[in-house]
Design a protein around this ligand. Structure first.
Ligand code: HEM
Length: 606
């Protein structure tokens, strides 16, 4: 019931008898709303005066509303605005390229149906690849996951990708910073933009130049030598092992040495730090993608201790290195530039900039910047190479001619002797650049099993992406993904795309496809900073193992499907669910990739 009162509490006008003069009068005034508590039915008064205390001249609107009516009103408003939003959102896609779209579900139902055909926690790039193959989608298409997910804009052609990575570089999507902050805290380089990104990039980049990376070859070699000895033990015992765990520990030692100047020795002693990283990476994606606050809280709690411990290790390392380096900065910057670890280089640079001000310790601002970035690089540098190498070993194990040719190259460019190979590596580190067939094997593995993913958003003021065909695509509020799998599995770029064929990356063959069609490290200013380091780690890992060991994947061959389950790949008929990469921090093999190793019959260790 709605009525108009004066302050005398006598209703002066029943609202249902629409008196235009009363309405006109009140429209001129500002209103205040008060809940009246001294009546049996809760109701609300709207005063036409801005004064809190009603006077004799105050006109009141009194609304007597029962809780039921109030609730119904809220529900009605909620449903109306939901439907309004639903129609507005769905209409946006009306004339855009997309898979079949429903007015009510958008692409949610279709997406759920696609996801259900994959094993749990599959790396999402495979979903886009499958959708694209199923509906033969063009160079740019959209995926509408409202209200449960973002609006995705998928790019597949070299021209579209080049546009947003080079011609007019788009920004790292704001979601990236949120996602990575779950793992490392806010401020990791991959989620930053503008000046904040330039600053961190400037701090890190010198440590990853080709020259600086060659300064790390001796240390990489020592860690891989230890990896080799672990394989020897396993070959003697004949025991099954998880290849991904073994390679992860080796890559962790390599990257921690590059970062801190000394290893965390995960291979020798096991590492609490690496175990903590594993906890964070297994729970982080679940936390970031869940919309259930209760589950989120539980996952956060479980990650809490691991995060605290990793933070403490990093803080201690920073303090320790600062203490050791203070006063030496000029000499170190001039004389030992290419031998410095990433952390040392950043610290001496900061001491040089700030002078005596940092005698007692490094400033808060600097620590806030480097802590999440050391963790980002440690994680980014370890998981990515470990996942890729695991797949390289797997592919070599089922392609003997490729393995033979790789071995030949290693004998020719280095030496058939293990100990001589080690000493050449340490004396002529640049020789790894000549391993062109090894590079081709790694590149082809990264084409079939790419582990990186970019999420971009349009810079301010940019509303459309216009391509040379004249077609123009809206970019506002889109999560823009230059999907690697879409490019890598496109037969226009790579004929017979699911075939493992390293020849594609040799000599002139490499000129037959557009370089923007192949982007495992992405392209442009935001491409991978650690590319050179990653390539050298993987080359050396192969150089010191491939000739001495044969690997076998442990799996039940009878369980392999006779026909491919999906359209975009037939790898499940050869390697089962390992065909579908597992979504962790990067895209790795499932169940650690169980393998057995034996000594190669072709040669003995000399
Ligand atoms: C097989 C190995 C690797 C692959 C495939 C790979 C792939 C990528 C990709 C695709 C990006 C761009 C992500 C984006 O566009 O948002 C990236 C960025 C980055 N990577 Fe790697 N990466 C690898 C190894 C490494 C290593 C060993 C390091 C360092 C130790 C490293 C450090 C970085 C950093 C710092 C960035 C951020 C660059 C920026 O935002 O400016 N990566 N990586």
């Amino acid at each position: 019931m709605v009525s108009i009162h004066t302050n005398s509490d006598t209703p002066v006008r029943d609202f249902r008898t629409s008196d235009s003069s009363a309405q006109t009068k009140t429209k001129k005034c500002g209103f205040r709303i008060h809940r009246v508590t001294n009546t049996s039915t809760p109701h609300f008064c709207i005063f036409s005066s801005s004064n809190t205390t009603p006077t004799s001249n105050t006109i009141m609107f009194e609304l007597e509303i029962s809780p039921f009516h109030l609730l119904s009103a809220f529900v009605a408003v909620g449903i109306t605005s939901f439907l309004w939003k639903l129609i507005t959102v769905r209409r946006f896609y009306k004339d855009l390229p997309k898979p079949p779209h429903s007015l009510f579900f958008g692409h949610l139902k279709l997406y759920a149906e696609i996801v259900s055909q994959f094993p749990p926690q599959t790396y999402f790039d495979a979903f886009y690849n499958e959708i694209s193959k199923r509906y033969n989608l063009p160079e740019v298409w959209y995926l509408d996951l409202w209200p449960l997910g973002p609006s995705f804009m998928l790019l597949s052609t070299p021209e579209a990708v080049k546009h947003i990575t080079i011609v007019q570089p788009y920004l790292a999507h704001e979601w990236t910073d949120y996602y990575l902050s779950v793992f490392f805290g806010p401020g990791g380089i991959s989620g930053l933009n503008g000046d904040a990104w330039r600053r961190v990039h400037h701090m890190l980049a010198p440590s990853f130049s080709p020259k600086a990376v060659k300064g790390q070859v001796a240390s990489i070699t020592d860690h891989i030598d230890f990896f080799h000895s672990k394989l020897e033990h396993l070959a003697k015992s004949g025991k099954e092992f998880r290849m991904n765990d073994l390679v992860s520990a080796a890559m962790f030692d390599v990257v921690s040495s590059t970062l801190f100047g000394f290893s965390l020795y995960a291979q020798q002693n096991g590492s609490q730090f690496l175990d903590d990283f594993k906890i964070i990476f297994s729970l982080g994606p679940l936390y970031a993608q869940s919309i259930n606050p209760l589950r989120k809280a539980v996952w956060w709690w479980k990650m809490r201790d691991a995060r605290k411990r990793t933070d403490r290790v990093i803080d201690d390392k920073i303090k320790e290195r600062h203490g050791a380096l203070f006063g030496e900065e000029k000499y170190l910057l001039e004389e030992k530039r290419n031998k410095l670890s990433v952390l040392d280089r950043m610290i001496v640079q900061r001491i040089a900039e700030m002078g005596q001000k940092v005698e007692k310790g490094l400033d808060e601002e600097f620590l806030r910047i480097i802590t999440p970035n050391l963790k980002t690089v440690l994680a980014g540098g370890q998981g990515t190479t470990a996942d890729t190498l695991s797949y390289v070993f797997l592919l070599l194990s089922i392609h003997p001619p490729v393995l033979s040719r790789l071995r030949e190259e290693h004998d020719t460019i280095f030496s058939p002797s293990y100990s001589k190979t080690i000493s050449i590596l340490k004396t002529i580190p640049t020789l790894t650049n000549q391993l062109s067939y090894t590079d081709a094997v790694i590149k082809e593995t990264l084409r079939l099993f790419p582990i990186g993913f970019s999420s971009r958003q349009a810079p301010k003021g940019v509303t459309h992406l216009t391509l040379s065909s004249g077609k123009s695509y809206p970019v506002k509020n889109q999560t823009i993904s230059p999907s690697m799998q879409l490019s890598h599995f496109d037969p226009n770029n790579f004929p017979e795309p699911t075939k493992f064929d390293p020849e594609r990356f040799l000599g002139e063959a490499e000129q037959t496809f557009d370089r923007y069609a192949y982007r495992p490290f992405e392209r442009g200013p935001r491409s991978c900073l650690g590319r050179e380091l990653a390539m050298d780690e993987m080359r050396i890992a192969l150089l010191l193992t491939a000739r001495w060991f044969d690997f076998t994947l442990v799996m039940d061959k009878k369980s392999l499907p006779k026909k491919p389950k999906l359209l975009h790949t037939d790898w499940d008929t050869k390697i089962g669910d390992l065909a579908f990469q597992f979504a962790g921090m990067s895209a790795g093999p499932r169940d650690g990739m169980p393998m057995k190793v034996s000594f190669s019959t072709e040669r003995e260790r000399k």
